[in-house]
Design a protein around this ligand. Structure first.
Ligand code: S3P
Length: 438
């Protein structure tokens, strides 16, 4: 376990703390956001001072601090003893200021010195961008603050090995925590960030804060025991980066994260395109429960695609294989079974799933579904007629059956997989199907 103590907080990679960013442009906005944040009871706040009007024009740190002091005074009153990260995020790394290195450096040091009077525990330093990062970090340390050495990639996700190297390079600058934020373009990028983070957590001596941004990467913000992150950022009044969930959702997800026991299995059912595979993978990442995909297992065991099985054996042939597969998979317990959209049309299949677990229905409007499936070609049932009216008709036919066999249902129209997972886990907990370990 990694532990790092600052003046007001102890951080560990076993139990990430929640940080809410404050992004107001002026005192009024900053204090309004702080008041809202106070109600959310965050563990830390981050003052994104780059949003503060006029920072870019600041000629010297003295002038900045004269304007910043009343802000810090107010934040201290509104959020007494909530430790703060002071951040000047530059345009190059997704923020709003363009500052010459010297001004950037001076303001960071002045903020660190202000920590004598205000609960500023950490200064964020863009470790890969700033020349002489090492020197700057040394001066911040002398002023009594810890440093989060950060690096951001808003356009893409670097290769796994490159991300590990970046985190190692940040450690070399003398930072106390290494932070890396990347933008995923496809789901493999999210896995890459999680892998890079886990392996960097093993080989670095300092703790990490890592995240894959946007809704696609949001899962990384609540899988902190996998990434080793000691802090996770959650949206206050505004999000300061894409993919930040609300504090409440993050808090709940973290409570479930690698911390629950599953009784029996969870079977995810629902129409094609409701996201059973996506949600099942996300649930598995949060909880650590094993995840199996019925269609994928069929493709592997038959050695051909679902389209080919339909072509060669017809729908009945596919359904027989599906029943056999469900019977095999249901012999194991403690797993999430992601079912094909037609699986529960057979009574026999419902019986198999019921006997071994809880059936959870994912629902979505026909419009949401159509948007998600319209460019796909791997579903023989839709291939014949890829139209909204066909989706509507099929959904109407199947919906009563789905509703009848499900133990409970959750809508996925929010398009937010973390929120969907939290809702499923909450329901499972209420029904006694999962229990929290601590
Ligand atoms: C089907 C749904 C598919 C797959 C097969 C039949 C259906 O699964 O099992 O193409 O009848 O609804 P998904 O719901 O995962 O696309």
């Amino acid at each position: 376990m990694k532990v790092i103590k600052s003046r007001h907080i102890t951080l560990t990679n076993e139990n990430a703390k929640i940080c809410v960013p404050i992004t107001g442009k002026n005192r009024q906005e900053i204090f309004a956001q702080a008041q809202a944040a106070a109600r959310m009871k965050p563990d830390l706040i981050e003052w994104r001072a780059d949003y503060f009007d006029g920072v870019s024009e600041e000629k010297e740190s003295g002038a900045f601090m004269r304007r910043a002091e009343p802000v810090l005074e107010g934040l201290k009153k509104i959020l007494p003893s909530v430790p703060m990260i002071f951040t000047l995020r530059t345009k190059e790394e997704g923020g709003t200021v363009s500052l010459p290195d010297e001004a950037y450096r001076e303001i960071c040091i002045a903020a660190a010195r202000a920590a004598r009077e205000y609960p500023i525990d950490f200064i964020d330093v863009e470790a890969m961008r700033t020349e002489n990062a090492q020197e700057l970090i040394g001066e911040i340390h002398d002023a009594g603050c810890l440093v989060i050495g950060s690096n951001h990639h808003f356009q893409r996700t670097p290769e796994t090995s490159e991300m590990v190297e970046i985190l190692k390079a940040i450690e070399k600058t003398g930072a106390d925590i290494a932070k890396l934020a990347v933008m995923p373009l496809e789901k493999e990028d999210v896995t890459a960030l999680m892998e890079a983070s886990a392996s960097a957590d093993e080989c670095l001596n300092i703790p990490l804060i890592t995240m894959s941004m946007s809704e696609l990467g949001a899962i990384t913000r609540v899988c902190t025991k996998r990434t080793g992150s000691v802090i996770t950022f959650a949206a206050g009044v505004d999000a300061s980066a894409p993919g930040q969930e609300s504090v409440e959702i993050v808090r709940r997800a973290l409570a479930y994260h690698m911390n629950c026991r599953l009784h029996g299995n969870i079977a995810l059912i629902g129409f094609m395109g409701t996201g059973k595979t996506t949600v099942s993978k996300a649930l598995s990442r949060i909880t650590g429960f094993r995840e199996v995909d019925v269609d994928q297992s069929i493709v592997t065991s038959e050695g051909m695609s679902i389209n080919d099985i339909f072509d060669r054996k017809g729908e009945q042939g596919f359904r027989d294989i599906e029943t056999e597969m469900l019977r095999t998979l249901a012999q194991e317990q403690g797993q999430i079974i992601s079912c094909g959209g037609g699986a529960v049309l057979r009574d026999e299949n419902v019986k198999i799933l019921r006997e071994t677990g809880t059936i959870v229905l994912l629902t979505a409007t026909p419009e949401t579904i159509f948007e998600r499936v319209r460019d796909h070609t791997h579903r023989p049932i839709l291939n014949q007629d890829m139209s909204l009216s066909h989706v509507k008709k099929l959904l109407e036919d199947r919906q009563p059956r789905y509703q009848e066999v499900a133990d409970f249902k959750v809508s996925v129209d929010s398009n937010d997989r973390v929120q969907t997972c939290v809702e499923i886990l909450k329901n499972l907990q209420e029904q006694g199907k999962i229990t929290l370990l601590s």
